[in-house]
Design a protein around this ligand. Structure first.
Ligand SMILES: Nc1ncnc2c1ncn2[C@@H]1O[C@H](COP(=O)(O)OP(=O)(O)O)[C@@H](O)[C@H]1O
Ligand SMILES: [Mg+2]
Length: 202
């Protein structure tokens, strides 16, 4: 699959589906080919991906020290919309990197999208920033995310409202197969061509 991770017109990627279906696994598989990234590690599961910090102010320090694979693990009191907004402000100071956000549904809901996250999605590509987001559900998720996504990776999910929301982007015939996807299979939707196809586990 052709993905522009960083640089001019860096892509926005969206991974959606039930838990344990392989969203993080696929995202990490692709992220391992990227040289510069900043992760919002919601569940502290990415210790292996780079330099870990729980202090946002360290992100810029690390970056300036040429540590360009940075895993931010927000402390509990920062797992708020404001904390996420502060993270996005730091992300906006970087360039040519992937900004990877786990469980973004917790912080970017319909009508309540943090301003700096909106800025990231609107203008991140001008700084060479790719934005990669995971979410378990479409429901109540800020529509800006699937709407702006260059690639959507949809894993198994069954709730009718989530599937209906996916049909705004992906062909109905393909979405109808999502509830029956075998484990770790996923639908890959490419916005540029408007096409979607079922992908075997990577
Ligand atoms: N394609 C795959 N091949 C083998 N194991 C996988 C694959 N995708 C996911 N897994 C495993 O399944 C578990 C759940 O995957 P994960 O990516 O964490 O799910 P999610 O992020 O959707 O909750 C993990 O232990 C992961 O290693
Ligand atoms: Mg995950």
């Amino acid at each position: 699959m052709k993905i522009r991770a960083v640089g001019e017109n860096a892509n926005i990627l969206f991974f959606v589906g039930k838990k344990y279906e392989g969203k993080t696994y696929l995202a990490k598989h692709m992220l391992k080919k990227v040289k510069q990234y900043l992760m919002w590690d919601e569940n502290r599961e990415h210790d292996d991906m780079g330099t870990v910090t729980t202090r946002l102010q360290d992100v810029i320090l690390l970056w300036n020290m040429k540590k360009r694979k940075v895993v931010y693990q927000p402390p509990t009191e920062k797992k708020t919309q404001q904390g996420f907004n502060e993270f996005c402000l730091i992300a906006l100071m970087l360039s040519n990197a992937v900004i990877y956000c786990e469980e973004v549904r917790l912080y970017a809901q319909s009508n309540k999208i943090p301003i700096n996250f909106a800025r990231l999605m609107d203008s991140g590509r001008f700084r060479g920033l790719g934005i990669w987001c995971t979410s378990r559900r479409m429901l109540r998720l800020a529509a800006e995310i699937p709407y702006n996504a260059d690639h959507i990776f949809a894993f198994k999910q069954k709730r009718v409202k989530d599937l209906e929301a996916l049909k705004d982007y992906i062909d109905e015939d393909v979405v109808d197969q999502i509830p029956n996807l075998p484990k770790y299979h996923f639908v890959h939707y490419i916005d540029e061509t408007g096409t979607a196809y079922i992908h075997k586990p990577i």
